[in-house]
Design a protein around this ligand. Structure first.
Ligand SMILES: Nc1ncnc2c1ncn2[C@@H]1O[C@H](COP(=O)(O)OP(=O)(O)OP(=O)(O)O)[C@@H](O)[C@H]1O
Ligand SMILES: [Mg+2]
Length: 235
């Protein structure tokens, strides 16, 4: 479904991504692991066309989308839940959800909002409240709900568990599993390597903008480099 080859991106003189390739198959959960500054967020931003001057090829659903604008990519079903959630705290929960449908050419129906509220009862109860009053966990659910309003075929999530309690982290991962079971493909960036490898079928480890290991998550769980550097005491 997604095949990216030779991705390169930089912030001015700083190379953040250097010749990275990755594949996500239809119906799959794929994970990107790596330490702070490894280039994980830059990788997602490059896939979405948010990095000026980026190099490499991105194919999505059989089409080369490398030259398309970000809204064109979103319209094709490639959608990002950004790091730090980025909800607009001065807007209501519902206004934030509707923002997710903004790149679409059609107008979302009430049934679509209801489907989101059916899944997230905390958001339903707070639909007319400012998003700034939500807890961190609720803001993460809002960010995911907003992405769903774009009708993703492949949802990319950048560190969705960051700053959340273990209980809320489990909720986020259960949600990802549920969306995947309903047919959505997932590309997950996560610092918790054990959680990410257990939740995915395929994974890529980045260091300083380059691939260090890639393969099935089952193989990476047994890989000495991954165990030594990323699984720590958990291994
Ligand atoms: N806006 C920016 N301007 C300049 N350099 C940046 C910018 N954003 C990221 N970088 C640099 O690019 C490199 C990759 O950053 P990136 O945010 O992609 O890493 P990451 O793996 O997502 O890290 P984290 O786990 O901290 O989110 C780092 O060296 C970082 O300092
Ligand atoms: Mg990041």
């Amino acid at each position: 479904m997604l095949e990216a080859t030779g991705l390169a991106a930089a912030y001015g003189p700083v190379k953040a991504l250097d010749g990275v390739s990755l594949t996500v198959a239809q119906g799959e959960v794929a994970a990107v692991l790596g330490a702070n500054g490894a280039g994980k967020s830059t990788l997602l931003r490059t896939l979405l066309g948010l990095m000026p001057g980026a190099g490499g090829t991105v194919r999505f659903c059989g089409e080369d989308i490398s030259k398309l604008s970000t809204p064109e990519r979103v319209r094709r079903g490639l959608v990002l839940v950004p790091e730090g959630r980025r909800v607009l705290t001065g807007l209501t929960v519902e206004e934030n959800l509707l923002m997710g449908a903004y790149p679409r050419r059609d107008t979302p129906g009430a049934a679509e909002l209801d489907a989101i509220y059916g899944r997230f009862s905390n958001l339903a109860a707070r639909r007319h409240m400012k998003a700034g009053v939500l807890s961190g966990g609720e803001q993460q659910m809002l960010a995911i709900g907003r992405a769903m309003m774009a009708r993703p075929k492949l949802m990319m999530l950048d560190e969705p568990s960051l700053g959340l309690s273990p209980r809320l982290t489990s909720e986020v991962f259960a949600l990802i599993a549920a969306l995947n079971a309903e047919g959505m493909s997932i590309l997950l960036v996560e610092q918790n390597a054990l959680l990410a490898l257990e939740a995915s079928q395929r994974a890529l480890v980045l260091e300083l903008g380059r691939e260090v290991v890639a393969g099935t998550s089952a193989a990476l769980l047994k890989d000495d480099r991954v165990r030594g550097a990323y699984l720590g005491a958990a291994a």
